[in-house]
Design a protein around this ligand. Structure first.
Ligand SMILES: Nc1ncnc2c1ncn2[C@@H]1O[C@H](COP(=O)(O)OP(=O)(O)O)[C@@H](O)[C@H]1O
Ligand SMILES: Cc1ncc(COP(=O)(O)OP(=O)(O)O)c(N)n1
Length: 267
């Protein structure tokens, strides 16, 4: 059986995040990767130098072409940029009846560049999040989506409930932006909370962690694993990818997508 996953996201010319991170991750996990590109970014480890959105027509045709011939078992969305693109992508996903949908609500790159227009947040909440099987915001994204401030784990739990009420079946609020010694990602499935914790690795090479983490979940869902199992793998994958630095570029370097496959053990 060949498992197939589709990413609907932006291109990162530097190869650390976006479509490139997703396809590398799918490949590392033995899942056949496909893409629908929503925007091209000119980007490197120092920041984002340009954002060039695709037309709605171009994005929709890419998705239709895949749906007609290569139906994926799981789909991920990343950078969607505008409310027009969000609405059109949500319509196509609904039409294709793709259930295993991982929505990574990408808003701002680590260097500060905006990858989502401000007015598009409402469209994310109204059209895409209700279709999500899993949503994977980081802390700042969860704050924007909920309109609530997160200081402690108790706040994160309240926000997770609020995001679940938007219609996502599983909410994962990632902990990379917290400053504690341990990094905890929180899962809420509508009934219970689960915490996935690892040691915080001290490095500036964390470009693309969110994309990679959500791509692992997508790949594992495509293989038929549960959300809980998929997050366990995602946490191990990202820990190895951050832990064994490639050390390339002079800014926030990309993670190492082959570290997990090579069985790298990071303390
Ligand atoms: N310094 C770190 N050490 C270990 N794990 C990390 C670190 N930073 C992020 N992670 C992990 O990487 C994933 C992405 O987290 P986060 O940085 O919050 O997302 P984003 O890249 O979307 O901002 C999560 O699984 C988180 O636990
Ligand atoms: C094209 C593109 N998509 C998404 C991101 C953001 O990726 P993320 O994994 O959140 O990593 P950082 O940019 O925050 O390091 C991106 N930069 N480019």
């Amino acid at each position: 059986m060949v498992y197939k996953a589709l990413t609907i996201a932006g291109s990162d010319s530097g190869g650390g995040a976006g479509i490139q991170a997703d396809l590398k991750t799918f490949q590392e996990l033995d899942v056949y990767g496909m893409s629908a590109i929503t925007a091209v970014t000119a980007q490197n480890t120092l920041g984002v130098q340009g954002v060039y959105p695709m037309s709605v027509e171009a994005v929709i045709q890419q998705i239709k072409s895949i749906a007609a011939d290569l139906p994926p078992q799981a789909v991920k969305t990343g950078m969607l940029f505008s409310s027009e693109l969000i609405r059109a992508v949500a319509d196509e996903i609904k039409h294709a009846d793709w259930v295993k949908l991982v929505v990574d609500p990408v808003m701002i790159a680590k260097g500060g560049a905006s990858l989502l227009q401000e007015e598009a947040v409402a469209a994310l909440k109204e059209y895409l999040i209700p279709l999500a099987y899993v949503i994977t915001p980081n802390i700042p994204e969860a704050e924007v989506l909920s309109g609530m401030k997160i200081n402690f784990m108790a706040d994160r739990k309240m926000v997770a409930i609020k995001l679940y009420e938007l219609g996502a079946k599983h909410v994962v609020i990632k902990g990379g932006h917290d400053n504690s010694e341990l990094v905890t990602d929180l899962l809420y499935d509508g009934e219970q909370f689960y915490e996935f914790t690892s040691k915080r690795l001290i490095t500036q090479h964390t470009h693309g962690t969110g994309c990679t983490f959500a791509a692992v979940i997508t790949a594992e869902l495509a293989k038929g694993h549960t959300v809980y199992e998929a997050i366990q793998v995602a946490k191990e994958f990202i820990h190895a990818a951050i832990g064994e630095e490639l050390g390339i570029g002079s800014g926030h370097g990309p993670t190492n997508h082959w570290a997990y496959r090579r069985g790298v053990q990071v303390g």
